[in-house]
Design a protein around this ligand. Structure first.
Ligand code: GLN
Length: 299
């Protein structure tokens, strides 16, 4: 039974998300990913602050708990690639190596690999977080467009893809395996890439509204990284029932924890989200996957 949603009076936990290039990279509702993260945090008494990081802005990794970078057309990607490499590269690498959750969609994903070779113009140098590279084979080769479903952690992720570039993985681990759709290159059924807590993917859609389990995965990673192993709220109550300040972690000694997040975030009524998820699976003809999702998620 999912408890009725009640907005807490004041947030007990705070996360800060750095949104890279919100003006340049914002295709197919990528902003919806951030709205989803914010809403799912709010519903658990967690404040999600969002800071836009445009061209020329430095990226100080200590100021953020999560990063998001969306997709864009080739002409928007070029100045972004330059800025990412020249200005934000070192900060972003530090964040990645320090296990910050980073979500990079489509054009953003391409720029976290070694390079993107567009149909026209020079190669765009990427950060090389993923051992992978992307080649656009020219206007005569069909783009990878349409709904897509992949397997991820024994579950499914659904989204919409639209990319001309084909990504090839070197040693990078894929995010998932394509069930229906194109994925990285329409050849090897790999989709996306993962390094530490950095996730690259071609799934727009937006991704997170239709994949609440993935949204919660990112939130959980960010909370655990910031606040450390999480404990039951009741364990934190003082003799009078009030919450005590606890020091359970080197990063955030003042944390007052409300959730037993280490195991599970407070459940949210995701009936609509799972209906949207299964709708895409059904449309792709993945009926048994859709039935599995429905039976395991919708109460
Ligand atoms: N410009 C890139 C491509 O076509 C990325 C597109 C996108 O982000 N949707 O491959």
């Amino acid at each position: 039974m999912i408890p009725e949603y009640k907005q807490p009076e004041k947030p007990l936990l705070t996360l800060t998300l750095g949104h890279l290039y919100p003006d340049q990279l914002n295709l197919y509702g990528d902003r919806g990913n951030i709205m989803t993260l914010r809403r799912r945090c709010e519903m658990r008494g967690i404040e999600l602050r969002v800071v836009g990081l445009g061209i020329g802005d430095a990226l100080a990794p200590d100021e953020y708990d999560m990063l998001f970078i969306g997709g864009g057309q080739d002409k928007e990607q070029a100045p972004v690639a330059q800025d990412l490499y020249d200005i934000k590269g070192i900060g972003l690498w530090a964040a990645v190596e320090d296990d910050m959750p980073v979500l990079a969609v489509c054009g953003g994903f391409q720029l976290l690999a070694h390079y993107y070779r567009p149909a026209e113009g020079p190669d765009m140098r990427g950060l090389g977080v993923f051992d992978a590279w992307t080649i656009h084979k020219g206007a005569h080769v069909a783009r990878c467009v349409g709904d897509i479903a992949i397997s991820w952690n024994g579950q499914t992720l659904v989204g919409f893809e639209n990319h001309g570039g084909r990504t090839y993985l070197g040693t990078a681990k894929p995010l998932g395996r394509v069930l229906k759709g194109h994925g990285n290159n329409a050849e090897d059924r790999t989709e996306g890439a993962v390094y530490r807590n950095t996730f690259g993917t071609y799934l727009h859609g937006s991704l997170l509204p239709k994949n609440p389990h993935f949204a919660d995965h990112l939130i959980r990673l960010a909370l655990q990284r910031k606040y450390g192993p999480l404990v039951e709220a009741d364990e934190l109550k003082g003799p009078g029932g009030e919450f005590e300040e606890v020091s359970n972690n080197h990063r955030e000694p003042r944390a007052i924890l409300r959730e037993k997040i280490g195991e599970q975030l407070t459940p949210i009524d995701d009936t609509l989200e799972w209906e949207a998820h299964t709708f895409v699976l059904e449309r792709l003809g993945l009926h048994s996957a859709a039935a599995k999702v429905l039976s395991s998620t919708i109460q």
